[in-house]
Design a protein around this ligand. Sequence first.
Ligand code: SF4
Length: 345
Amino acid sequence: MTRRKFLKTCFAAAGLTVLGGWNLRAWAGGRQDQSGVPGVPQGRAEHRPRYLDLEASGELERRERALWAKMENCDLCPRRCHVNRMAGIAGVCRVSNTFRVASTRVGFGEERTIVGRRGTGEIFFSNCNLLCIFCQNWQIAHRGDGRILTHDQLADIMISLQNRGAGNINLITPTHLTPHIVSAVRLAIARGLNVPLIYNTSGYETLEVIRLLDGIIDIYQPDFKFQDSNIAIRFLQGAPDYAGYAATAIREMHRQVGTLREINGAAYRGLLVRHLVLPENLSGTDTFVRWIVSQLGADTHVNIMPQFWPAFQSRYHPPLHRRLIPGEFDQAMRWAREAGLRNFH
Ligand code: SF4
């Protein structure tokens, strides 16, 4: 056994990791600091949230300014309402210059790799830029239920979730609020934020904004709901271009963070695409899985979800007035296997 292998074995038994250059550092949520940034967990440079380096270099402040500039003539999402939200005018998302949060918690109900052993720090933002007629959280997304917060309070929530053990901060429905979120992240970094950020989105994103998030977000968790614009236009309030925007955004997300990677059973970087199977294959699952394999590769992590139920206005829009019937979800999983996907469930 070489000296390096011997030390690796000893350190592994002690729950530690040997790194390149003979540096020994602890990970697993460790709080020791050798990085110059208070509270930064120790691990390989690869495991460190990249937003810490962006903040240190001043780049995060530049991104924050670029996102805020969009609020004055809003094109933060493909709706491109071009309203001055800073002047109190709201667009399709019904949000002007303030923001609401519906709930926060350390959650254990998401995908295994997102939850890890420590749970995921969920922050549910109110309102939405996509507004599906089958929305399962319509009180939050359409009606805007939630409490108005300041950036200071949002930063405190991030730190509180981290201190309660969350292995990441899970930003749910963030698209229309990206300037607020980045401002709060900068405040939270100064208070010791050091866990990965998850961008948990409907997929209705512009390439420009996703590029501004490069290096800020460690894990992208987009939906890819529809493949066919003619179908999408019936169920997404006036968003016939959903499929094209989602495809372009997801390709860019994959370029930034690559395939999902884990440490100790918890994702620290990468892409996880979600796809809700709809009755009569309105979601185009066969097309979706082939697109994933051809565009992103067979190792892409995909969650094919069976839990559709006729929420909100679904009952007026057959076949969304019913749940999946026996065989529909099995067929979706067969398509995934036949397409060659290797990391799906
Ligand atoms: S974020 Fe809201 S206001 Fe801005 S373009 Fe999208 S829907 Fe319109």
